[in-house]
Design a protein around this ligand. Structure first.
Ligand code: NAP
Ligand code: ZN
Length: 349
């Protein structure tokens, strides 16, 4: 079977229509998904540029996938043909290490991913994907497919650390970077029980729109006066910034003992500099956060349905993928791009 897709043949090269061959039938434990929608994450942009130094080419990006089950392989009993499903970044884990045993499979040292992983698998900018059923998710009723797609990466990546690090009642939470991840993070944080208020922290005055997503304050981080007057005001920060930034300035916004969870992943050459004084005297903490554990996907979907959390999406035909990447690089997407594949049209009929 030939899978039609968009691939980048070399780092920095444009995406072009391409196809690759897979066996006619899915193997044990696998499903074939006919893709209708796929979100465009900034990680896809980092990867097509080989900005983290881990990409393999030809590279078919895409890890915010929604589609329908087309075929099920032997041993798959929990999915039926035609069912709407979602696929995110994770493809597998070893199932035996301490991380997997602790239900933290996303930090398994043997993690495999949608694409460019050790098996050089291909991602979701394609008409079809063959995937382990064990990492394919049932998606909630009541959300449109274009709104479900970004939840498979941006949703879980923001829900999981916010749930983990917002521990004190009446927490004041800052979200840095109001893009695909950040605008969802604002909505999620604003609906968490222990949160008193959410502060949107942005380099773009145009992102004041965040006040519509549940932020009660907009802080323009390029304005030194605003940064100064808000110093020491936040309990938790979720940092979604995709490039180099002023870590000392952002850390100064935390209260003593506050936590900054970083999900943004700048390029390998963009090493963040910081003065440890920003942490030491106040015992502030900084940590990384990656995707989320498997059992939190369903929980995150239910949270989004219950609280009306919905990404703001711009949809594009899949053929416009290079223009979408150019807009994403220029910080001009409002606020998550979702590509439409031929099955999207049929899913509306
Ligand atoms: P995005 O839509 O492009 O949003 C990133 C935002 O960061 C921009 O809209 C901008 O917000 C801000 N920004 C960009 N460059 C900046 C700079 N130099 N200084 C300050 N702010 C800057 O990207 P995304 O899809 O949300 O992804 C964000 C990052 O998270 C990427 O690095 C991606 O690779 C990473 N990621 C990590 C995980 C994980 O599991 N940890 C999962 C998915 C994505 P303002 O205009 O508001 O300033
Ligand atoms: Zn992503």
């Amino acid at each position: 079977m030939q899978v039609q897709c968009y691939a980048c043949q070399t780092a920095e090269g444009p995406l072009e229509p391409w196809s690759y061959e897979i066996a006619e039938e899915p193997g044990e434990g696998e499903v074939d998904v006919e893709i209708s929608h796929c979100g465009v994450c900034h990680s896809d942009l980092h990867q097509i540029k080989n900005a983290w130094g881990v990409a393999c080419f030809p590279l078919v990006p895409g890890h915010e996938i929604v589609g329908t089950i087309h075929k099920v392989g032997p041993g798959v009993s929990n999915f039926s043909i035609g069912e709407v499903v979602g696929i995110g970044v994770q493809r597998g884990c070893c199932g035996a290490c301490d991380q997997c045993s602790a239900r933290r499979e996303h930090t398994c040292p043997k993690i495999t991913k949608t694409y460019a992983g050790p098996g050089k698998d291909k991602g979701g900018f394609a008409d079809f994907i063959r995937y382990p059923a064990s990492w394919t998710f049932k998606v909630p009723q009541g959300l449109q497919r274009e709104h479900v797609a970004p939840l498979l990466c941006a949703g879980i990546t923001t829900y999981s650390p916010l749930k983990r690090w917002i521990t004190k009642p009446d927490s004041v939470v800052g979200i840095i970077g109001i893009g695909g991840l950040g605008h969802l993070a604002i909505q999620i944080a604003a609906n968490m029980q222990k949160v008193a208020r959410v502060v949107a922290i942005s380099t773009s005055a145009s992102k004041k729109v965040s006040l519509n997503f549940g932020a009660s304050q907009f802080l323009l981080s390029t304005d030194p006066e605003q940064m100064k007057s808000n110093a020491g005001s936040l309990d938790v920060i979720l940092n979604t910034v995709s490039g180099l930034s002023d870590m000392d300035g952002y850390l100064s916004l935390l209260k003593p003992d506050g936590v900054m969870a970083c999900v943004g992943l700048p390029e390998k050459t963009q090493k963040q500099g910081m003065y440890l004084q920003s942490l030491v005297l106040t015992e502030r903490r900084i940590c990384g956060s990656y995707l989320g554990p498997k059992h939190e996907y369903e929980e995150m979907f239910q949270f989004c349905v219950k609280h009306g959390v919905k990404p703001v999406v711009e949809t594009f035909p899949a053929a416009a993928v290079n223009d979408v990447f150019a807009k994403l690089e220029a910080n001009q997407i409002h606020l998550r791009a979702v590509l439409l594949f031929p099955a999207a049209e049929r899913s509306r009929q």
